[in-house]
Design a protein around this ligand. Structure first.
Ligand SMILES: *Cc1c(COP(=O)(O)O)cnc(C)c1O
Length: 453
């Protein structure tokens, strides 16, 4: 066993395909339904919002989908991303476990999000889209799509959840730097935003509301399309470049993970790392444990209901079957750790339902503590979202310490926290509130789920 801690893949070895887990599923996914007719939707229903190439990928059953050459060329600005062995963390924890992490913070915007932003902007450009609308929570997605749109010369309007718009001015300025327009949501630019403001002029917003605003604006104009940074099948698939690279890097390391860990907001970075490994689990009956880590204050996978629901608060999107806290649920604004969407990717929800993955929920304080410990030994300050994965990996490593089993753990360090130091500051100043699990709020939102058998 070598002492290497860094596994760099040569540019020429970068995988040329994305992996589509739909091809290997033991049981197929439930179809998205039209919100009016409740019948499965077809490509024509989605055409006003997405380019046809992405709609094709959304329903594709092909196992491998070739990454177009122009996308691969742009990926090479930061890909292949490094895989590290966390030897110092292992030592700090005094665990017999081996811990590896894939680091996606090396992208221009500091997270995994450009992997799909570049792809989505590329297909939009090919089909003549002039303008894209989108939503963003903490601003990672907005800045990544702004970067991608600047490359392809596409105009971009970003509806940013108001609480983050006010708390995270730097993300907004990055979007502006790339040439995008960023609007606090709920805004008075849209009917959905106006309806929310009429009910609650002080609404701090939510991803569900911001999605309604962006979808509404795209549906109104034929040259404008909508783009989503997580949840949808094609988005998850674009992220599998992460896992496909890691398969090769684990080979370089002479190892294979027993336990995979990722954090889940909508599910995309988690899926990006774990799907290629889950594919092997299905095909080769490998005994791999896969753990999704989410915040206690927005616990869709651990506490949500597996049911058909809307993707947005304004009930404009198709209905998808997923783990949901209800589309009317607004996560508490005291939560600083990101990952605040009411639902979960249908594909990730389905995998949980068939027992292929498990889920754990953590409080924000224990996550920041894990993030700080990680930074002090490994040198990288994790994004608040990524601290959930760090926490999950540390917990798995400590389990190995207790039972004396030297398992191999792999997690996705999906971004760095350089733009989120305010949240770290609140943690240091003891200003972070312990996560509230708003049971009454969630029950109320769940009562409003659409009634579908
Ligand atoms: C957006 C984001 C997430 C949450 O989205 P997923 O689709 O669940 O990956 C997690 N981590 C970082 C760094 C992000 O930017």
């Amino acid at each position: 066993m070598s002492d290497r801690i860094k596994f760099f893949l040569e540019e020429s070895k970068m995988p040329k395909n994305w992996y589509n887990i739909a091809a290997d599923l033991p049981k197929p996914l439930s179809p998205p339904l039209h919100p009016g007719t409740l019948k499965p939707i077809g490509p024509d229903d989605l055409a006003p919002l997405f380019p046809m190439a992405l709609i094709g990928q959304e329903v594709s059953q092909d196992k491998e989908i070739e990454i177009p050459e122009p996308i691969r060329e742009i990926y090479k600005q930061w890909r292949p991303s490094p895989l590290y062995r966390a030897r110092k963390l292992e030592k700090f924890l005094d665990t017999p476990a081996k811990i590896y992490y894939k680091y996606e913070g090396v992208s221009p915007t500091g997270s995994h999000k450009p992997n799909t932003a570049i792809a989505q902007a590329f297909y939009n450009k090919e089909e003549g889209t002039k303008k894209i609308t989108t939503e963003t929570g903490a601003g990672q997605w907005g800045s990544s799509l702004a970067y991608a749109c600047s490359i392809f010369g596409i105009e971009l309007d970003v509806y940013m959840v108001k609480v983050s718009f006010e708390q995270k001015p730097y993300r907004k300025l990055i979007m502006q730097t790339y040439g995008a327009r960023c609007v606090a949501s709920p805004s008075s630019e849209t009917e959905s935003g106006k309806a929310i403001l009429a009910k609650d002029p002080n609404s701090t917003g939510s991803l569900g509301i911001a999605i309604s605003e962006a979808v509404e604006m795209a549906a109104k104009d034929k040259n404008t399309k909508y783009s989503l940074g997580s949840v949808l099948n094609h988005v998850l698939m674009h992220q599998t470049i992460v896992g496909n690279e890691t398969l090769l890097q684990m080979e370089m390391a002479g190892d294979y993970p027993d336990i995979l860990v990722g954090c889940t907001g909508g599910g995309s970075n988690f899926s990006g790392l774990v799907f290629p490994f889950l594919g092997k689990k299905f095909r080769e009956k490998k005994n791999t444990r896969v753990i999704a880590c989410e915040p206690k204050s927005c616990p869709s996978l651990t506490k949500g209901k597996y049911a058909y629901d809307f993707g947005d608060t304004g009930r404009l999107t198709p209905l998808v079957k997923m783990h949901t806290l209800g589309s009317q649920f607004i996560p508490p604004s005291t939560h600083s750790g990101g990952l605040r969407y009411h639902g979960m990717a249908p594909m990730v929800s389905h995998l949980k339902e068939i027992g292929a993955i498990e889920a754990k929920a953590y409080g924000q304080k224990e996550c920041f503590e894990a993030g700080v410990n990680f930074a002090r030994v490994e040198g990288i300050v994790p994004a608040p979202e990524a601290t959930h994965a760090v926490k999950g990996a540390i917990e798995a490593a400590l389990e190995c310490k207790n039972n004396g089993k030297g398992k191999t753990i792999l997690f996705n360090l999906c971004g760095h926290g350089h733009f989120d130091m305010k949240a770290y500051g609140d943690y240091f100043d003891n200003k972070l509130e312990e996560d509230k699990y708003d049971e009454a709020g969630i029950n109320k939102a769940l009562e409003e789920l659409p009634k579908i058998d």
